[in-house]
Design a protein around this ligand. Sequence first.
Ligand SMILES: Cc1ncc(COP(=O)(O)O)c(C=O)c1O
Length: 384
Amino acid sequence: MKYSRTIMSLSPSAILRLSAKAKELKKSGRDIVSLTAGQPDFPTPAPIAEAGIKAIQDGKTGYTPCTGIPELKEAVAESYSIRRNIEWKAENVVVSCGAKHDLANLIRSAVNPGDRILLPRPYWVSYPEMVKASGGIPVLPEKGIDPEEILKAADLGAVGLLLNYPSNPSGFVPSDDNMKDIADAIADTDMWVISDDIYEDLVYDEGAAPHILDYRPELSERTAVVSGVSKTYAMTGWRIGYSLANIEWSKLSGILQAHSTSNPCSISQWAALAAVEGKADKEKGEMYLSFRNRRDLICSKLSDVESIQFERPEGAFYVFPRLADETDTARFCSELLEEEGLAVIPGSAFGAEGYIRLSFAASDDDIREGVNRFKRFLRRRYNT
Ligand SMILES: Cc1ncc(COP(=O)(O)O)c(C=O)c1O
């Protein structure tokens, strides 16, 4: 049988592969510490879970409108209109099966075969594959996000750009000045933007992450904002994300969704509504504080490791050290897993060879033990 050349050109997710390998080794009895998780290690807060249970008991278990229940779309539009100071209505919102699904819908709706899309490094693993699945060509500049790279890419024909701050994998948040320069550069081009804001509520230093729409609100005409409940409310398995975009883009995204998944799970939508309406703000605050403490813990544990360099992450739940003299981090991570039973993700998965990603969405004990294993491995490797 012949298969799609486009789909055959996609790479499997290195993150899912490594997490699965770590789980398999654990199941076979090995003592494994995994710092690979891209999800909170907390249960979904009770008020949200109860809203889901109530939806089942109330029989809200049939199909819903494809782009989501009006109550959730309105709540998202209202909350994000206040947050970003842009007037969005329910028609601008598409609720999907996770933020990943929103990203895939939006990319598919905007990309034509051969379109060049700028993906600043380090990028989230799925962006290049989503672009390729739509027939587009990822443009991956050597430098990270940089106004000059944006203008250069536009000159070379790039039509769109993905932003993600706080970043997965680095936790990086641009400064206000930096974001203003980025927004100004984008405003000088015709490029559309997708701003993946899934970690927007996990910013540990003062203030929120600056956003291009704070500086250039007029870009909302060609900027789609993507977020969801997965990370902030420990709801990764419920699969609810949402996007806010201009009406045309949202309509196309909705049509695509209608012909692929129909609506996202009805029960999950009612649970997500409880989250968006603030019914679990207390639990959200508690989880946030845990992540901030764990960020401090992992940074202090890593601070005396000689053979790495890292920036203290300002958001999300990842730290992204650069390793001295490593040019094959996939191999490095396999050896680390085999020899020390520690699972982490190679930077190559994010277009940043020479780095590794450690997640601190893990218990304090796992963070301490994980970093101890990492140090022991490095000492042996470099004879220090
Ligand atoms: C940067 C980024 N965007 C989107 C997603 C997808 O989120 P969801 O689980 O809501 O699909 C993730 C999940 O890891 C992520 O890290």
